[in-house]
Design a binder for this molecule. Structure first.
Ligand code: SF4
Length: 251
């Protein structure tokens, strides 16, 4: 979600700077790659470019006769295997988990996957990778895309529910369905129109201040998912956020 802040009666924009680098251990980096591949549509160009990095120079991937078809050959004497991009992503992830490469090589892979410079380093005595998120260059343009086009239905947390309850915000709670397990709220669904019982297409707290320029009416207490969006340059690029196209923005 976007970075808005209420100041008096007038919501104003305030880009929130997330850390520009995150630290990942080898296992965390492999899991982040798996999630990236699973989260986004098959990234055919990326997957093909990773083949030599993951399998070595002798591996070769070539396009097939149809748009979705690829042929993968591992090793000079290997038998070509027919697959599609999603299968290639699965094969790459499986290979990385089976035979994790040295951190230097994994850094080169992460650089391509996450679109951020990656270096080998350590944190709290653990070796791993520092991956640049690019968030230092982010500036919300208040286009409202994230609040109107992205799917956040199942992204509400127990902490969101507890925060709105503690604040006595029945007006907000009325638009949320808590998910309970053994009597405890463990998650929540956002946003459900109390009049219809149906999920809304657009966040109900979004307001268009001037044509094409939006603000959030609950910015200071907005759900965690909204605070975390976008998590990185890649996340923004893959989900249609324009906050990285240029640094300056209108005020
Ligand atoms: S899509 Fe990006 S630029 Fe647009 S409102 Fe959301 S965070 Fe801001």
């Amino acid at each position: 979600m976007d970075a808005f802040e209420s100041k008096g009666d007038h919501p104003v924009q305030k880009p929130e700077r997330a850390p520009d680098e995150i630290f990942l251990t080898l296992d965390e980096a492999l899991e982040a790659i798996r999630l990236d591949f699973a989260q986004y549509a098959p990234q055919t160009g990326l997957f093909c470019s990773l083949v030599p990095l993951v399998f070595g120079d002798q591996a070769l991937v070539t396009p097939g006769a149809s748009r979705d078809e690829l042929w993968l050959r591992i090793g000079a004497a290997g038998r070509p295997e027919r697959l599609d991009a999603r299968m290639l992503g699965d094969i790459l992830v499986a290979r990385l988990k089976e035979a994790p490469p040295p951190l230097e090589q994994l850094a080169a892979i992460c650089y391509r996957v996450f679109h951020g410079r990656t270096r080998v380093g350590e944190k709290d005595g653990r070796r791993g990778l520092w991956v640049e998120t690019g968030m230092g260059d982010f500036a919300c343009r208040r286009c409202g895309h994230c609040c109107s086009a992205l799917d956040f239905k199942n992204a509400g947390t127990a902490a969101d529910w507890a925060r709105f309850e503690a604040l006595g915000r029945q007006d907000i709670l009325a638009w949320i369905a808590p998910v309970r397990r053994e009597g405890r709220v463990v998650a929540c669904r956002l946003w459900i129109d109390p009049a219809t019982g149906c999920f809304t297409d657009v966040c109900p707290w979004l307001v268009e201040e001037t044509p094409g320029r939006f603000a959030c009416r609950i910015h200071e207490i907005r759900p965690e998912i909204c605070r975390q969006y976008p998590g990185s340059r890649k996340h923004a690029e893959m989900t249609g956020c324009i906050g990285f196209r240029r640094r300056e923005f209108e005020t």
